[in-house]
Design a binder for this molecule. Structure first.
Ligand SMILES: C[S@@+](CC[C@H](N)C(=O)[O-])C[C@H]1O[C@@H](n2cnc3c(N)ncnc32)[C@H](O)[C@@H]1O
Length: 224
């Protein structure tokens, strides 16, 4: 470990790692406010700003939030980071990983996490335009590699992590039951608002897990 990294975290802060953060550092900012040491991992500098309104990576902005930034492919198991995660996030990344690389990706993430660390894995199951057309015309959606739904993802995730709870997400117009709770989000000022989707707690009984076809996303709260 370099002296700079050592000095930066000589307060032994807890560590938060965002795997595949892109330009979205909202959760990292929340952890920064709680006093965590922030590490972000992306494939390249360009991937940090590619899907944002920045026309170049404003590295100063990223460096205000992240204490350290690593650029590498998370499937590369030879890579290490300075401090392993106590808490971590992998949001909207797995659906972009080739099916053959998912195991490597999850092993890679786990290598950078402390034992007993807590993580949130969010997977977007849609075609990213609100529907599921990628299942019908996958050739039009090269950027989405995912054809799995909740049952398959549950089985993949539990090979590497202990699933504490998991949630299925639905567009609110598809739901009539009162059991479904609107999902609470936070705006840039930290104020609560209700999103346009609902979440429902996934079953703890594996026999009861089925693919409903219209589930738009999955949240897995896991530990290592
Ligand atoms: C759709 S973006 C999600 C960004 C952010 N996590 C969010 O929730 O908005 C997916 C990000 O994952 C990154 N990514 C995909 N595969 C990766 C890999 N193998 N290693 C590191 N980053 C990866 C991409 O570069 C991209 O920035």
């Amino acid at each position: 470990m370099s002296q700079v990294s050592y000095l930066k975290n000589n307060m032994n802060k807890p560590v938060f790692v965002d795997f595949g953060c892109g330009p979205n550092l909202q959760v990292a900012i929340e952890y920064k406010k709680k006093g965590y040491y922030i590490i972000i991992i992306e494939r390249s500098e360009k991937d940090l700003y590619n899907h944002s309104d920045m026309d170049h990576p404003d590295m100063e902005w990223f460096k205000i939030i992240a204490d350290e930034i690593f650029f590498f492919d998370i499937t590369d198991l030879s890579k290490t980071i300075t401090y392993k995660a106590d808490a971590w996030l992998c949001s909207a990344v797995l659906e972009h990983i080739k099916l053959d690389d998912i195991d490597l990706f999850l092993k890679g993430m786990k290598n950078h996490c402390k034992k007993n660390s807590q993580g949130l894995i969010h997977i977007d199951l849609t075609d990213h335009y609100g529907g599921f057309n990628h299942r019908v015309n996958p050739e039009n959606y090269n950027f989405i590699k995912n054809l799995h739904e909740e049952k398959e993802w549950y089985e993949i995730i539990e090979k590497y992590f202990t699933i504490e709870t998991w949630h299925k997400l639905f567009w609110h117009q598809n739901i009539e039951s009162e059991d479904f709770k609107p999902h609470v989000m936070y705006d840039a000022n930290g104020d609560e608002y209700l999103s346009d989707y609902y979440t429902v707690l996934g079953s703890e009984n594996k026999e009861e897990i089925f693919n409903c076809g219209n589930c738009i996303g999955l949240d897995f709260n896991v530990f290592v």
